[in-house]
Design a protein around this ligand. Structure first.
Ligand SMILES: [Zn+2]
Ligand SMILES: [Zn+2]
Length: 380
């Protein structure tokens, strides 16, 4: 992999750039390299991820400070965990509003400055390997702190079970006038006594005990795109916790996808790697193997005669789709191995002995073989 680029360079900003300069630069680069704008363009996709990572760090004051001090080699390893930055699913719409800010704020457990916003939630969800080929519609059921279903978040048993809040006189908010230098500034906050409703519960709801919120099971449906990778995060806007105040914004739910391992494939992005253990006869004579494949068609691997263990055979276009369900697919690479039977019958042993004798006549002398091999090694 190429040397990791400097985050400031990635975003094209000066080291001392202000938050808003960084944000604007990110926004315009993200629009330019967004996968929706560049379907099938792997380079743009890599760029998009690189920009995201740089922005995740530089938009967070603490992380930015650490980066300024240590660069990429900070003590404690990657701030994104052992697997490094995995990228986030930002819709193109988010890049017009401020929708992307809250996506990044959750990386390091920070919060947006809107303190009444409900918490964001992160859950991990495992999908079968086949989902990385076909994509899938999935559904989870989780318990989330939501406005109580019994009282609709009011907290009272019946409609009249509350009285005007004395702290805010029923306005639901409190205005504070404070002096900032020579200026008078009005700060408006939601009343904490009544959670912004202007009412105090006198006869609390039996389900939420007057709190207005309760843990409730919710079903979340979502789409997993073909090409999904381990660690991909799906963002479900407004599916997180309800705000502790009545009018506050609901948090988001992030679903982090774990892809189950395949019985024989190792994965490198859209490319698949497998070992193909063959008998000596198959390697010498060549063969065509046919294996059931993840794309529901038979995968044919043609092994040429005279193949050696350790050689590889690639079948292009039969790997996984690249991320985001783009029609281009990776390759399958098979590494040839030699498999020797553990047990031999007497007749098989005799036949092999016979083959050995015949073969020895075809091969150069042992000494020549040894020196030929040494020569070819030195050439390489
Ligand atoms: Zn309730
Ligand atoms: Zn109040």
């Amino acid at each position: 992999m190429a040397e990791k680029r400097d985050y400031y360079e990635v975003l094209g900003v000066e080291r001392g750039a202000s938050e808003s300069v960084i944000k604007n630069s990110f926004r315009s680069l993200a629009r330019k390299f967004h996968p929706d704008k560049n379907p099938g363009d792997d380079e743009a996709e890599a760029k998009f991820k690189e920009i995201q990572e740089a922005y995740a760090i530089l938009s967070n004051p603490q992380e930015r400070k650490k980066y300024d001090t240590y660069g990429h080699d900070r003590p404690g390893g990657s701030p994104f965990g052992s697997r490094g930055f995995q990228g986030v699913d930002i819709s193109f719409d988010d890049l017009f509003g401020g929708g992307f800010e809250s996506i990044f704020s959750q990386f390091f457990g920070g919060s947006t400055n809107n303190s009444t916003r409900g918490s964001d939630l992160l859950i991990r969800h495992t999908v079968p390997f086949q989902a990385s080929m076909d994509g899938m519609e999935d559904e989870i059921e989780i318990e989330v702190m939501k406005n109580c279903s019994k009282c609709n978040g009011s907290g009272s048993k019946e409609k009249g079970g509350s009285r005007t809040c004395p702290s805010c006189d029923g306005r639901g908010r409190i205005d504070q006038i404070s002096m900032v230098g020579p200026f008078r500034q009005r700060v408006r906050t939601e009343c904490s006594s009544c959670r912004g409703s202007g009412r105090i519960v006198t006869d609390p709801c039996s389900k939420c005990k007057g709190d207005g919120r309760a843990h409730q099971p919710i079903k979340v449906k979502f789409t997993v795109n073909p090409g999904v990778m381990n660690g991909t995060r799906l963002r479900m806007r407004g599916q997180g916790e309800s705000s502790s105040t009545l009018n506050g914004e609901t948090g988001d739910l992030y679903i982090e996808i774990d892809v189950e391992p395949h019985p024989w494939f190792e994965r490198d992005g859209p490319d698949l790697l497998m070992a193909l253990p063959l008998s000596y006869a198959d390697l010498v004579l060549g063969t065509v193997v046919e294996i059931p494949h993840i794309d529901h068609e038979i995968l044919k691997i043609k092994v040429p005669s005279g193949s050696l263990p350790g050689e590889t055979i690639s079948v292009h276009g039969r790997g996984l789709p690249s991320n985001r369900g783009i029609s281009r697919r990776g390759s399958v690479t098979a590494v040839l191995k030699l498999e020797i039977p553990k047990k031999l019958s007497r007749s098989m042993k005799n036949k092999i002995k016979q083959i050995r004798d015949e073969m020895d006549k075809e091969l150069p002398s042992l000494e020549d073989r040894i020196s030929n091999d040494a020569k070819s090694r030195r050439r390489n």
